[in-house]
Design a protein around this ligand. Structure first.
Ligand SMILES: *[C@@H]1O[C@H](CO)[C@@H](O)[C@H](O)[C@H]1NC(C)=O
Length: 315
């Protein structure tokens, strides 16, 4: 026996062609090896990986479960000052210029050109569609609120695009194709979970606020109707002020208090203010800056907080 083994050790293994050696690698009938391993070796390896991945999946799921325990579906974990977005809301405007230039803030159209005007009207149609009853899947949460009266728990206040918006309604094409008047631009305050405005009153109006707005707040306070995040828009340079002409704010001068704070209730509608330019000068570029006013809104143009800048040009 020992002899035989020794003999075997010294015989050269038969030289095999590439294909033959591959066939033997696939299935070696002498040693019962499949792909270089016996059945029990394959079994052990399979068992090892089975246990290995099971433990890995278990560990990963456990960690994920622990992580999800710390989160809430409705409420951000980090709020207001503690969050990255902070507690100073930004102001946004619609319609937005075409996507081809993301940096652009220029609203430029030819009032007499139907196709040109339609682009902006369509943008607004799409933006305002979310405010329509039919498009709000949570319309049962929407209440018709009395000004400055908060909705019931778990409900939200309606933003009705009705006759109060005057020329800034869909039926009027938001006044973009008017031969004389200017367009309506909608302003929206960015939503910040749990943010409550600190409203200005007659004793707290800041010095840098436009004079007409100061008077408006004092009058509003006398009517006990002062709880707004006020909005003011102005031409940026003296020439812009002259070119822009009269600016009107619809339906009110600001965002009313019943819409705050935003607490991610289903169906929530962000309040809007439409600014309507009565008779802006044609054929010139006009720089406009709009600001939102509350004691806890700090204006910072470089950071785009509390204010928004855009240009208007009507040919
Ligand atoms: C105005 O607001 C300040 C700060 O919230 C408050 O202390 C003050 O009483 C208010 N004044 C009036 C007249 O309501």
């Amino acid at each position: 026996m020992a002899d035989k083994k020794g003999e075997q050790m010294y015989t050269r293994p038969p030289k095999l062609s590439g294909w033959d050696s591959f066939k033997i690698f696939l299935w070696n009938s002498e040693t019962s090896q499949f792909l270089g391993r016996t059945g029990s070796s394959w079994g052990k390896i399979l068992l090892f990986y089975l246990i290995f991945y099971a433990v890995l999946i278990g560990f990963f799921s456990a960690m994920l479960a622990v992580f999800y325990q710390t989160l809430d579906d409705r409420e951000p974990k980090w709020k207001l000052e503690k969050s990255l977005i902070g507690s100073n809301p930004g102001l946004g405007f619609r319609p937005m210029p075409p996507d081809s230039n993301v940096e652009s803030t220029l609203i430029w159209y030819k009032a007499s050109d139907k196709g040109n005007v339609q682009f902006w009207q369509k943008q607004l149609d799409e933006f305002l569609a979310t405010y329509e009853k039919e498009n709000n899947p949570n319309y049962n949460n929407v209440e018709q609120c009395i000004p400055h009266q908060k909705p019931s728990k778990g409900k939200v206040c309606d933003v009705r695009l009705d006759a109060d918006w005057q020329k800034c309604v869909k039926e009027n094409g938001y006044n973009y194709d008017s031969p004389e008047g200017g367009p309506c631009i909608f302003l929206k305050l960015n939503k910040i979970y749990g943010w409550n405005p600190e409203y200005y009153n007659s004793t707290t109006v800041p010095d840098n606020m436009p004079q007409y707005l100061k008077s408006e707040i004092i009058e509003a306070e006398a009517r006990n109707d002062y709880k707004y995040v006020w909005v003011s828009c102005q031409g940026e340079n003296p020439a812009d002020v002259e070119n822009i002409g009269v600016i009107r704010y619809l339906p009110k001068w600001g965002f009313a208090s019943q819409y705050f704070p935003f607490e991610n209730v289903d169906g929530y509608l962000s309040p809007l203010v439409a600014i309507y330019f009565e008779k802006p000068k044609r054929g010139v570029l006009i720089n406009i800056e709009c600001k939102a006013w509350a004691r806890n809104i700090i204006h910072d143009r470089t950071d785009r907080r509390g204010s928004v800048h855009f240009e208007l040009m009507i040919d």
